[in-house]
Design a protein around this ligand. Structure first.
Ligand code: TYM
Length: 336
């Protein structure tokens, strides 16, 4: 039986962080043996918010290198750069005829970004979800490993696929967001103000490229409080985030110990020691990130290897993309 097709992408708009890792890349690595995988660097998407391209090539290389350093094998998956696959742009054009101004204007990411860059509300920003749908549908992918922030874009991709199939015949399967745990992941920034992000709030974001000392410093500064007022209290989200990170990088025993301490704590009897918890988390984070950072730096320094990987990835991606585009053109009737 043919393996199911998986696709996901990352914008090269800054340094990759733990949210990218746990929301997306960790799943990529697990999926590469079981599925037919396509993973790419969304450099066209980055132009919607980052028109200055001075850092773009370095950032694209870094995303490729960090993906490999996290365990992705470019021989097992197609690892490519979006702009190397022009078939995506043609599918984007067809899908644009099926996307409505009203729904695009209502998209949360559009509204957020329009607020952040009022002087550059370009058409690419408005049609961002259409390009994302084209990325996915060009390989007829059915599973899309992403973090929680991408849920709405996935729903829109399903709508565009449905409209295409309704109008022109069944060509495009409807993709679903995917995470091995079931629930999609959202890692918060260490001060509890919103999600970790590549370019905002950098002192409260843990990057895969951070040095050991910087990781320790950021974690020791993470927001905590006086402790819970009553035993078995619900956790405020900034505390829950520290527990989530601990569950991801520490041993189950260490995480459980602090969980038990939290649950036994109350006003006047604070058993949980957030300072100790952060120290443990910092050391486990350093152990987790150091080998990734070192491997990524070595790959980034090898331009010949990078260029070979990117070329090989584009060849694999274009083979699948051109097959879909032929089916799409035939369905629409633009095959003269
Ligand atoms: P991007 O580049 O912002 O993020 C890449 C991946 O990381 C996930 N992620 C997070 N997960 C949990 N907690 C966080 N704090 C966090 N921050 C980021 C994102 O959900 C994503 O999976 N629009 C996409 C890129 C894209 C794409 C695609 C993705 C373009 N085309 C097609 C999937 C399929 C984006 O901006 O991701």
């Amino acid at each position: 039986m043919a393996k199911e097709v998986v696709l996901s992408g990352i914008r090269p708009t800054g340094f990759l962080h733990l949210g990218n890792y746990f929301g997306a890349m960790r799943n990529y690595v697990r999926m590469q043996d079981e599925y037919n995988c396509y993973f790419f660097v969304a450099n066209w998407h980055s132009l919607t918010t980052h028109p200055d391209t001075k850092e773009l090539q370095t950032a694209v290389h870094r995303v490729i290198a960090e993906n490999i350093a996290c365990g992705l094998d470019p021989e097992k998956v197609a690892l490519y750069v979006q702009s190397d696959v022009p078939e995506i742009a043609e599918l984007y054009l067809y899908l644009n005829m099926l996307a409505y101004k009203g729904e695009l204007e209502k998209t949360t990411t559009f509204k957020d970004k329009a607020r952040l860059q009022p002087d550059n509300i370009n058409a690419g920003l408005l049609t961002y979800p259409v390009l994302q749908a084209a990325d996915i549908l060009i390989h007829r992918a059915v599973k899309v490993p992403v973090g929680k922030d991408q849920e709405q874009h996935l729903e829109m991709a399903r709508n565009f696929a449905q409209r295409f199939n309704h109008r022109y015949g069944d060509v495009l399967p409807e993709p679903q967001a995917f995470n091995y745990g079931g629930e999609l992941v959202k890692i918060l920034s260490l001060d509890g103000n919103g999600k970790m992000s590549k370019s905002e709030n950098q002192l409260n974001t843990l990057y895969l490229a951070d040095t050991d000392d910087l990781l320790r410093k950021k974690i020791m500064k993470a927001k905590t409080d006086q402790g819970p007022e009553t035993p078995n209290s619900p956790k405020p989200d900034y505390i829950q985030n520290l527990f989530t990170l601990m569950r991801l990088v520490s041993t189950p025993d260490a995480a459980q110990k602090f969980e038990d301490d939290f649950n036994a704590s109350s006003t006047g009897n604070c058993i949980i020691r957030y300072g100790d918890m952060k120290k443990q988390l910092a050391e486990d984070m350093v152990t987790f990130i150091t080998p990734i950072r070192e491997k990524a730096l070595a790959i980034q320094a090898d331009k010949i290897l990078l260029s070979h990987i990117i070329k090989h990835g584009a060849e694999k991606a274009r083979e699948s993309a051109s097959a879909t585009l032929t089916a799409v053109r035939n369905a629409i009737g633009v095959n003269y």
